[in-house]
Design a binder for this molecule. Sequence first.
Ligand code: PMP
Length: 432
Amino acid sequence: MPALDTTKKLQDYIELDKQLLWHPYTSMSHPTPHFLVKKAQGCVIELEDGRQLIDGMSSWWSVIHGYSHPYMNEKIQHQLSQFAHVMFGGFTHKPAIELAQKLVAMTPAPLQRVFFSDSGSVSVEVALKMAIQYWHSQGKPKKQFFATPKSGYHGDTFAAMSVCDPENGMHNLFTGALTQQFFVPPPPTGIEQSVSQAYLQEIRELFNEHHHTIAAFIIEPVVQNAGGMRFYNPEYLNHLRALCDEFDILLIFDEIATGFGRTGKTFATEHSQISPDIMCVGKALTGGYMTLAATITNDKVALGISDKGGVFMHGPTFMANPMACAAANASLELLQGYDIEGKIGQLEGWMRTALSPCQALDSVKEVRCFGGIGVVELHEPVNQHLIQPKFVELGVWVRPFGKLIYLMPPYIIEQQQIDTLGKAIYQIASEL
Ligand code: PMP
């Protein structure tokens, strides 16, 4: 293997990267192009070759306050000067306690017990384990399977994969190795579309037949994200809550993508009138600075597991990492200073204006925006190898997947930057 040499030319680093590194969802023999980043500030990512890109992705929806935020940097540096990490078994620390306090205050009232873990996928594993352990403690050990809508996405670890859409390209390779769960169709799309009683009836029938073995129903509230950027009527959540209660099934909301303002409310759950039994958050929790996630639950589940001498069987090495908690505390403090509805409403309006011209293109099936999410859905899937460098040439960072070219920018982005992103998307979609 070639040794690293800091005098290397930029192209050498790119070559080394190709030889040594896996990137997300890529091949080692036919890697997609990767661009060497030098620094990032606000909504601009600068490459080592000097090119500057306006960020439309918030680094997979996490960097909500932009890059190198002075307040975030200061708080993390302060924590670093105290201690970077201690084990959470036997020790505790102020960053974790303060963060738990903030999360409990922000989330719907019954959610008040917090479990920290390393990533969104792990927080989903934790949620699923909580549900199984809860029913075990209630003398119902057969309730250890999950129901979920198709087109969902909950992460790449095994149990999380088992509740992802069973047919899309991402996970069908592993089907034989995954626990078989119960799937219902995805909620019909359209925030304003009236609720389909036939759809709810289908879920009722599934619950009626299988509630003895179903521990929980897991769903991304209001927006199915990586499974297709599908927006649905929040009313479905109220109905799901009622159905889950009727059939003794726990309700899990995966707010990993939607949490912390992305849909125009602090949590997408707030578009409905109910709260889940368990909620997973991650991504924007630390303002995209570090990896951290939380699984937050109510007393029913937490005390159900713990009463009669039970303990919850999970405990990662880097649980509640103090640096990550300090980042999250800083990010939530910044978020609390925002008028979320106003700010995200404005962002939605800007994206609508910038993306709507795409509607006229032959390659485009639909343009839709909701909160801080703007989507241009194409008729055909894009070729990422070809399209990614074109976006970079136009000075923007947009990373499409499948048939979707979309924006989920940092909340601090300016209208002019959204316009530039919209023009780039228009140009590229018009060449397809
Ligand atoms: N759930 C949802 C809704 C997600 O969007 C994601 C990530 N895209 C995950 C879970 C998994 O999170 P992570 O990548 O941090 O493991």
